[in-house]
Design a protein. Structure first.
Length: 210
């Protein structure tokens, strides 16, 4: 029987991009269907084991992708509800202005973007608000211009880093606390999942498996 359900927006993938977009669209009253090929990341002791996560790549897909010449490579992606945010470092830096220009990297050229930093700046502020990013704009000397200071104070340095930070004039490079979202994606994704049954945010959730 044909599925007659209607959605304003269908989002494929519940990672940082899809999850954030879905949340904001649902908040704006849109009916959203989110398709996710992965399952929930299992809760197990290996979640906390850097060797398992980063060296043995326990949660990385075993899929092979292919480059333009048909050569297979391991893409380093994570098929889970929440995508790569299940394993990411949770430091939410803004791109710098020059990242939107053509940049020559060791492996090739990152092409110029049609939109520049200025266009994205207000959305960075919104995202920092959404993710409760802790930090202080301007402490990092490479910070790009900002229209709103972060709402939450920086997290504290680890003791050794604090010692380095406090050295009287001894360092040319001063450590700064990176912008860290505290409740992070986990909260957003939990909200979506918790609310999905109740329909308050009108998000449906489907796991798609091959
Ligand atoms: C180890 C690690 C550390 C990182 N640390 C940081 C950091 O500190 N700060 C930072 O800003 N970034 C960090 N990143 C990068 C950041 O996590 C990614 O840039 C971001 O998650 C990308 O979001 P995305 O939505 O584009 O993709 P993903 O997060 O990869 O999400 C894609 C989603 O789509 C799903 N999907 C794919 N194909 C299909 C399909 N056909 N049907 C249905 N679903 C599908 C996948 O299962 C996945 O859930 C890190 C990444 C990794 C791997």
């Amino acid at each position: 029987m044909a599925d007659t359900r209607h959605y304003d927006v269908i989002i494929i993938g519940s990672g940082a991009g899809g999850g954030t977009l879905g949340f904001k669209l649902a908040e704006a009253g849109k009916k959203v269907l989110m398709l996710e090929r992965g399952n929930f990341l299992p809760r197990e002791k290996e979640n906390w084991d850097p060797e398992e996560v980063f060296v043995k790549e326990r949660y990385t897909t075993k899929d092979a992708w292919h480059d333009k010449d048909g050569k297979p490579f391991q893409p380093g992606v994570h098929y889970f509800v929440g995508g790569a945010t299940k394993v990411y470092g949770a430091a939410l830096f803004r791109f710098r202005e020059r990242d939107f220009e053509q940049v020559q990297h060791h492996d090739g050229i990152s092409p110029e973007w049609p939109l520049k930093y200025d266009t994205f700046e207000p959305y960075y502020s919104q995202a920092e608000h959404l993710y409760h990013v802790h930090g202080h704009h301007g402490e990092d000397p490479t910070d790009p211009p900002f229209s709103q200071q972060l709402e939450y104070p920086p997290v504290t340095h680890a003791p050794r880093i604090q010692q380095l930070h406090d050295l009287p004039g001894g360092l040319t490079e001063v450590p700064f606390v990176p912008p860290i979202p505290l409740p992070v994606m986990a909260l957003i994704m939990s909200l979506i999942v918790v609310l999905f049954g109740g329909g308050r945010l009108s998000i449906d959730w489907m796991m798609s498996r091959r």
